[in-house]
Design a protein around this ligand. Structure first.
Ligand code: SF4
Length: 250
């Protein structure tokens, strides 16, 4: 185990928690609503998901049995604000079919499954990828798994904690390999990373105001394009736009 990396990840958590406080995720009223939200939030922002969920509630269809029986066309019309509504309606139907075929529609039975076995089964449901599966496992079913998203990848890369090409499972392993598998901590850490990504570590980052601006990072030595911190001794290439790393120069 690389102790330095673990120390940095702990520091990052502490700084983010100090800045943002407890996030109390997931923003939903029921376990089932978390699952629906996790499917609807693919490729859209949370505000659009909230609108779609509000419409499902207003129509009285936000239950597993009703969503299983409703026509895909009607469901697509109801979730329109979430975008990609035809695809997402089919994905919701796929999940409901899985829930009833395998668990008789019972979320308690679903949650009683062993983590890795259930994760494997969820990933076989058409339209459920790693981020959606892990969001369901962590936030709906209280399983200790770390959720990775684009915000995580962006800030970890900028702080030299992952390679540019790191995949989902490599990033997940960074957290699950270094920390105890603690549901509450994984819940909070991911939510804090989302707060970081929305407020500071945007495509054009606000490093000067960011709580992580002194964490294994020098604002003086960052690539002008991808905003990754240069490693000590790394070659920097001068361009009109400032210094670029060798990857961004290509
Ligand atoms: S210091 Fe800059 S690069 Fe690092 S997390 Fe904050 S905004 Fe992102």
């Amino acid at each position: 185990m690389d102790r330095k990396t673990k120390t940095i990840l702990v520091q990052i958590y502490q700084k983010l928690y100090k800045k943002f406080g407890p996030q109390r995720w997931w923003p939903a009223q029921t376990q089932f609503e978390v699952i629906v939200g996790a499917i609807l939030t693919q490729n859209t922002n949370w505000g659009n998901v909230e609108k779609a969920i509000h419409r499902l509630k207003a129509a009285g269809v936000l239950s597993a049995r009703v969503l299983r029986d409703i026509s895909v066309t009607k469901l697509a019309a109801l979730i329109k604000p979430a975008g990609y509504f035809n695809v997402k309606a089919q994905r919701l139907k796929n999940f409901m079919r899985f829930l009833f075929d395998e668990y008789d529609g019972n979320l308690k039975t679903l949650g009683g499954e062993e983590l890795s076995h259930l994760r494997h089964k969820l990933l076989k449901v058409n339209g459920i990828g790693p981020e959606t599966a892990d969001s369901i496992l962590l936030y709906a079913l209280d399983k200790p798994v770390f959720v990775v998203d684009a915000y995580s990848k962006r800030f970890l890369y900028r702080h030299n904690l992952i390679d540019r090409n790191a995949d989902y499972h490599q990033i997940q392993e960074l957290f699950m390999g270094y920390f105890d598998h603690d549901t509450a901590m994984f819940n909070e850490y991911h939510a804090l990373i989302v707060a970081l990504g929305k407020n500071y570590c945007k495509p054009n980052p606000s490093c000067d105001r960011c709580p992580l601006n002194r964490t294994q990072y020098s604002l003086t030595f960052k690539c002008g394009s991808c905003h990754r911190a240069f490693l000590k001794g790394e070659k920097r290439i001068a361009e009109k736009s400032g210094f670029l790393c060798s990857e961004c120069r290509v």
